[in-house]
Every structure is written in structure tokens, then in C-alpha cells.
Design a binder for this molecule. Sequence first.
Ligand SMILES: Cc1cc2nc3c(=O)[nH]c(=O)nc-3n(C[C@H](O)[C@H](O)[C@H](O)COP(=O)(O)OP(=O)(O)OC[C@H]3O[C@@H](n4cnc5c(N)ncnc54)[C@H](O)[C@@H]3O)c2cc1C
Length: 503
Amino acid sequence: MPAIDPDDHTVAELTDELETVDDADELRAILEAERAGQDRDTAREAIRDRLEEIGAESDGVEAEDESDAESDDAETDADEPETEAEEDDGLSHPTRDKRHVRALADGDYADMWVFCETQGGELLEVSTEMLGKARELMDDFADEYGDEERVVAFLMGDDCEGLAEESIAYGADVAVYHDDHRLERFLHKPYTEIASHMARGEGSIESTDWRDYDKPRYVLFPATNNGRDLSAKVQAELDSGLASDCSDLFIEENEVSNPVKTGEPGVKKTFEKVLHMKRPDFSGFEYSTILCLDNPGREFHPQGCSVIPGSFEPMEPDHDRDGLVVEHDMQLDDDWFRVEITEYDRLEAGIDLTGHDVMVCLGRGIADDPTRGMELGLELVDAFEDAELGITRGIVTSSYEFEGHVEGYATEERQIGETGQVVAPDVYIAAGVSGAVQHKVGMDESDTIVAVNTDTDARIRDFSDYFIEGDLFEVLPRLTEAVEAGETALEAEAVADGGEDDD
Ligand SMILES: Cc1cc2nc3c(=O)[nH]c(=O)nc-3n(C[C@H](O)[C@H](O)[C@H](O)COP(=O)(O)OP(=O)(O)OC[C@H]3O[C@@H](n4cnc5c(N)ncnc54)[C@H](O)[C@@H]3O)c2cc1C
């Protein structure tokens, strides 16, 4: 029997005990004992981690253990590529080679980092919104835990020192920036490399001597197109997780009994300083709270999320606030700039959807033929004297391929709802829209709401004045005809007569 009997310990205790063992044979004996006893996955992983830490070769018990694990995998994962040729088909998962990455154990973590996205030499509004929320969270954190941890803005671009200073005015304590003319526009490879490098504190002394931790405790990214891209890549690089599209955040302790997290069935464990990341799910009918908790012997930091623009209020900028502005130093590989932006368009000022008599709003019900769906919506808009076309966020975030003549209508500036525009026309026609709560708050003050939907259980039915059960590809042309023939939208139910049910 080895000096440490794993059966006497929870996995968390065993992980601590293992720190005192530097002898590979002793560790293998402990692994044997674990396999002969409770045979807990997390305990075996902790022992293997320790073997790896002391640089022990894979042999003996460990090799046997790995091959067991492999045969388990083989049983459960029939799609795993078997030959080298299969692996190299160019379609393999891009993070395939990260399968055996080990995250930190017993790392030091501190501060809330905020990625401040910029555009055209300005901070995006969502960047200031996240800084405001981060300030509030970290002020509360200091009150609750007595530790003064900081809000750290991080950004990159061409000539962005001024924006780093501005982020201090919006609530950051520290702003780390990387300047390079090639970073004027978002490019995912260099942005990912720089952000991960900053977060790990691997820059020069000049850029890192203000911090003494391994990785940030928390990190926030904007849920914009670029922010979504960057957040996923950076969190993968840092061996952590990501809660995407969050609309509320708070920090609290959390007690869990999941054995994957506690290392032991029937044991409860309290995690401190947990970032609770709330996001609407099931088309916004329910909120989920996502937590990023450590496993025994494997830590997941930063706890990170992307934040939907418009979710928080920025603080009033205070240009006299004190803060530290740090230039980040790193050699940028030319190879990271192989993608060159040769042309770009700047969108004109947004479209004001408010103040129209009629709003025709299209949702993901157009999925079967997005271009045709958009054309039908526009034809109905044209049939009215004063109407505009709106869309749901479902369309904004879809990957529908629209033909050029309607493509421009699928952009965020036409989005209606909580994070889009709020409208209250006389008539609101929602075609192929489920009625998620985030959509509802942008339109439920409309005088008359007409819904066209194939699903009679769609939530929108609860707050519609007229519900037309039917396929929008059939109903919209008939509505257009009816309006052109001089009928009013309020008579829309009549259009559905003869074939479709209505109520
Ligand atoms: C933080 C946050 C903020 C958000 N803000 C907004 C916001 O401001 N605005 C917004 O809209 N959403 C917002 N959302 C997204 C929201 O939760 C929903 O996901 C979105 O509104 C769903 O869009 P949809 O109704 O087009 O799609 P779906 O929910 O997929 O609904 C499609 C509907 O079309 C119907 N349908 C299918 N085929 C047909 C057909 N041929 N004819 C007729 N009907 C058909 C289906 O029955 C279904 O009811 C937000 C989400 C988050 C997380």
C-alpha cells in the first residue's frame, strides 16, 4: 500500500496530498490503489497530472490507464478519425490538437478584464457599457470580500493610446493597449494572439509588472460579430469556457454537489466569487445562469462571457479619474496578417423605424427561402402608404444567405426589440416571429398586432390581436393583395379565410 491511501481522501484532499509526492513509482502505486478502490475519473486524472508535473514518463500503470481511457473513448466515439489520412482531410476540428491541454491548478487569479472594441477611432458603446457594469461589480466585490481587485480594459488598434485613457474615464483602473498600424481593423489571428498574451501576462516587464497573477479572474467581451469571434478563440486559448450573449451578471458564492466539480459523490462544495452569467434561452422564454467552476485538479479561468450590446448602462465619463495606462509589448508574426482587408464599407447612419403607421416584421419563419421571404415582406411594406420593414434578432444572427438586392435589409439596424429599436405603430405585422420576450418589449405597445405563424402554440399568439395560422409564403402575398385592393390590415383575418384557420 502506498504512503497515501486514495480511499481515505476526497479528490480535492488527494490533489493537495499529491503535491507532496515527487516519486514517480509512489505516484503509480497511488494510481494502482485508486484503480483497485474507488476508481474515480477525477482522482486518476489528478494523479496523472502530478506524474506529468514531475516529468514522469508514460509507462507501467499510467500507460495501462491511458489505454483503458482510449478504449472507453473508442466505445463512445465511433466518429473519431482512425487513419492519418482521415485526420488530415482538412475538415478536422481546428482545436483538435488542444485535446490534452492541461489548465492551471493552484493558479493565482484576479481582476475583471474588459475587451474594449473600437471602431473608426472610437470605443464602441458596448465597451463603455461593459466598463460601467464591471466597475459596479468590482466595487461590490471590494465591499463583499474586502479585496480591491481592479477593472482592466484591454484593447488594440492603430494609435489607440487615447482610447485606453478614455476607458479609464469610463471606469477602468488599468488599460492595457497594443498599438500597431496593422491592427486598425479586427483580424482574428493577431487579435487572439495579443489578447491571450496580455491575459497570460506574457508581455515584457514593462507591460506586466503591474500584475502578479497567472490569468484574469473574469473577462467580458462584447457580443458583437468581432467580439463573439474573439471571445471564443481567446477563452479556448486560455483553456477556459465561455457563456455567450449574456444580458446580466452578478458575483456570488455557489454551493454545488455535482461530483465532477466536487470530486466526490454526495459531497457539497462552496465556490467563492463565482461570476453568474445570465442569458436568455429557448428563444428568450427562459433565463439560464451559466457558471464556470473549477474541477478538482483543473481550474477554469478566466470565467468569461460575451455581453449583448444595450444590456447595461455606461457610467458618466470622468476624465479626472486616476488609472494606469500600460503599453503592451509583443513581437507580431507577419504570418498573422496573411488576411488583408482590401476594401470596406462604412454603413450610413442607422434607420429610424419609429413613427410609421405600419411595421412589417419578419422572423426566422422565412428560413425556407430567406430571399423570397424578404421580398414578400418588402412588397407588403410597399402596399401601405407609410410602412417600414423590421426584423427579429433571430434574422440578424442567422447565417442565411440573402441575394444582393435584399441583403441590406438583414442588418442589426432594422432589429426590433430589447436590444434593437422600440416601435409602437398603428399596425404591427409579425410574420414568422415566435414572440420571444426580448422581441415583445420592442413592439407590444403597437395598437394592433397581427401575427402570421404556422405554429398555433407560438408565444406571439398570447399578445396578438389577430393570429393567422399559415405559411407566410402563402399568407403575405394575399395580405399584400388585400391591402392593395383597399382593405385595411385590420381585415387581415379575412385574408386567411378559405384554407387557413384563424382566431
Ligand atoms: C440578450 C438578448 C437580447 C435579445 N434581443 C432581441 C431583440 O432585441 N429582438 C429580437 O427580436 N430578439 C432578441 N433576442 C433574441 C430572442 O431571444 C429570440 O431568439 C428571437 O427573437 C427569435 O427570433 P425569431 O422569432 O425570428 O425566431 P424563432 O424563435 O426561431 O421563431 C420563428 C417562428 O417562425 C415560425 N415559422 C416557421 N416557419 C414559418 C412559416 N413558413 N410561416 C410562418 N411562420 C413560420 C415558427 O413557428 C416560429 O414561431 C435577444 C436575445 C438575447 C439573448
